[in-house]
Design a protein around this ligand. Structure first.
Ligand SMILES: [Zn+2]
Ligand SMILES: [Zn+2]
Length: 105
């Protein structure tokens, strides 16, 4: 049994936390379900680090930027230094993978 994720609400519908191979639209929906106050730093992070995944180095067009999410290196989403030092831009695939491994850092 995995720990429940504390960075997002679990989508309804019997979704298994940490399951791999989820459809992209489900991943996107999950990350987009975050409350607005958690979206504010997202634009900053994208502006600082660019539209590129820090893990797989995949680059994204502006129109595909919803596929990029902001990961907090220390696992604390309230820690948002303006220089972006606690942020890492990860694509939805890598971000899901990152947390699926049980690492919150
Ligand atoms: Zn990636
Ligand atoms: Zn994360």
């Amino acid at each position: 049994m995995r720990r429940p994720r504390r960075y997002e609400e679990q989508p309804a519908g019997g979704h298994t936390p940490g399951a791999t191979g989820k459809p992209l639209e489900e991943l996107v929906r999950g990350w987009r379900a975050r409350p607005p106050e958690r979206q504010a730093y997202r634009e900053q992070s994208l502006a600082i680090h660019g539209l590129i995944c820090a893990k797989c180095a995949r680059e994204f067009d502006y129109k595909d930027r919803h596929l990029l999410t902001v990961h907090h290196k220390d696992g604390n989403w309230k820690n948002n230094p303006p220089d972006g030092s606690n942020w890492e831009n990860l694509c939805v695939y890598c971000h899901d993978d990152e947390h699926s491994r049980g690492s919150s850092t």
